[in-house]
Design a protein around this ligand. Structure first.
Ligand SMILES: [Cu+2]
Length: 176
């Protein structure tokens, strides 16, 4: 319930808080050459799954690909390292502030994970923003972040007992 409100807030926030996204780069990232990273000194993160604009089913696997920053556990304080934070339908923490724990919609991948499964997303539009933070859970400076928008499709299999009429309708709704 709370996340729905957050979505509205997030849309407004995205306009100002996020760096412009290169849509062109997103399009053909099916295969990202690894040596392209060595040329770039600037740290970069990309949410490679789900794809921008994709329609997916729950659970939604989020895959993060990082260059220029070593992804480590939150306990690692070495410079040049960090861990991922997923803002799920949630506005990002202001730069310089500690990304809080225990907040719905803010997920610390504090063991250095580069993948995460979102298993409680409701059908509909969602936004996930990844922000790499240091051992103090403060966003790196300059900010290393990526955003992806996707839609979770309602389960079409009629797994629930209420799916009697929707099973017939699903043929029409599934067509694209
Ligand atoms: Cu953290």
């Amino acid at each position: 319930m709370e996340t729905r409100i957050a979505v509205t807030a997030l849309i407004g926030c995205l306009v100002c808080a996020c760096q412009p996204k290169t849509e062109a780069g997103k399009q053909d990232t099916a295969k990202q050459p690894e040596n392209a990273a060595s040329a770039a000194t600037a740290a970069k993160v990309e949410i490679t799954e789900p794809a921008e604009g994709a329609t997916v089913t729950s659970p939604v696997k989020v895959v993060l690909q990082t260059t220029g920053v070593e992804i480590v556990a939150a306990t690692d304080e070495r410079p040049g390292t960090g861990h991922h934070h997923l803002f799920v339908d949630h506005a990002v923490t202001p730069v310089g502030d500690t990304m809080p724990r225990g907040v719905t919609g803010i997920i610390h991948l504090g063991r250095g994970q580069t993948e995460f499964s979102l298993d409680s997303l409701k059908p509909g539009a969602h936004t996930v923003i990844d922000v790499i933070g240091d051992s103090k859970h403060i966003a790196l400076n300059p900010v290393v972040s990526d955003t992806v928008h996707f839609t979770v499709q309602a389960a079409a299999k009629g797994a629930k007992s209420t799916a009697k009429s929707s099973a017939r309708k699903s043929t029409t709704t599934k067509k694209r």
